[in-house]
Design a binder for this molecule. Structure first.
Ligand code: FES
Length: 167
């Protein structure tokens, strides 16, 4: 489900249940402690976090909307606009750069005709530049859909990863 800024949305039953479970870990007056988790749940369900969804989180947690906006805009893991079906983060920090991440970036630019932080025309991939993933010994490193790290990657290896994603 997507939403524009003017719409009002309600959190799904599933998201509300997940938030309720999470809230049991905190004192009742500390509902804002569930903000990060609520944003994550909304993003997992919708692919991104719209302003109406942030408002719905604020209403559900009984906190000011600005408290949710602050968190959502501070952390880069939240997508505040629709991205591609799969998010591929290429680490371009020093170790990865020294070990060939520039070749992966060039491959992406040439084969998919997009730069980093852009979505391919078919909407399949959002190629993103990311900072050190803390896995420098496996440089160059790519993160796939925020979950799987692929280490010592080459342009050919990246193609294999993308093929696996398409099943
Ligand atoms: S520099 Fe890429 S994982 Fe550390």
């Amino acid at each position: 489900m997507s939403a524009t800024c003017e719409e009002t949305v309600k959190l799904s039953d599933n998201v509300r249940k997940e938030i309720d479970d999470w809230l049991t870990r905190f004192p009742p007056e500390q509902k804002r402690s569930a903000t990060l988790y609520a944003l994550r749940m909304v993003q997992e369900e919708n692919g991104w976090v719209s302003k109406p969804h942030m408002n719905a989180i604020a209403e559900y947690l009984e906190i000011a909307p600005v408290a949710v906006y602050e968190v959502a805009t501070f952390y880069t893991m939240y997508d505040l606009e629709p991205k591609g079906k799969h998010k591929i983060g290429v680490c371009t920090n020093v170790s990865c750069q020294l070990c060939g991440s520039d070749k992966i970036v060039e491959h992406i630019k040439n084969k998919y005709q997009v730069g980093l932080n852009e979505v391919t025309k078919d909407g399949k991939y959002f190629f993103q530049e990311v900072e050190c993933l803390g896995s420098c010994c496996g440089a160059p490193v790519v993160i796939v859909d925020d979950k799987h790290y692929k280490e010592k990657l080459t342009p050919e290896g990246l193609e294999k990863v993308l093929q696996e994603l398409e099943g």
